[in-house]
Design a protein around this ligand. Sequence first.
Ligand code: FES
Ligand code: FES
Length: 156
Amino acid sequence: MKHAVSLTVNGTKQNAEVEPRLLLVHFLRDNLGLTGTNVGCDTSQCGACTVFIDGQAVKSCTVLTVQADGSNVMTIEGLAANGKLHPVQQAFWDKHGLQCGFCTPGMIMTAYDLINRNPNPTDDDVRHGIEGTMCRCTGYQNIVAAVREAATRMKG
Ligand code: FES
Ligand code: FES
């Protein structure tokens, strides 16, 4: 039996009938075509699926779509505005905070959440803040530099 849900995703109202078991990450990717949110593990380990729900970063593979009913969801696609990269996205680009890019959407959403909560993160703060988000390529050094740079830019 399907359930009706109504949620706002990146500023657009979305009404749908979904299976109660449908994970939010699959709703975003398969129903809405927002494939920037990746699925890396499906078991809450990797953070590739991180989105914002009502202003809080969450791993969308741990949320059922019906649980997000009535909420405001922002995905990586909602971060850039007017064709311009968000300062966190720009900092990752400028500091080479990625290689294959698979972890990058989740990493950027996690970084954005971290900076919102701590506008002046140290290297240790960043390493602690992103520990739930895995990267298999970079060795993290450039990611830490990108998040520090993003924090500086967001102050501006
Ligand atoms: S896919 Fe959600 S944490 Fe890995
Ligand atoms: S850049 Fe490849 S997993 Fe992070």
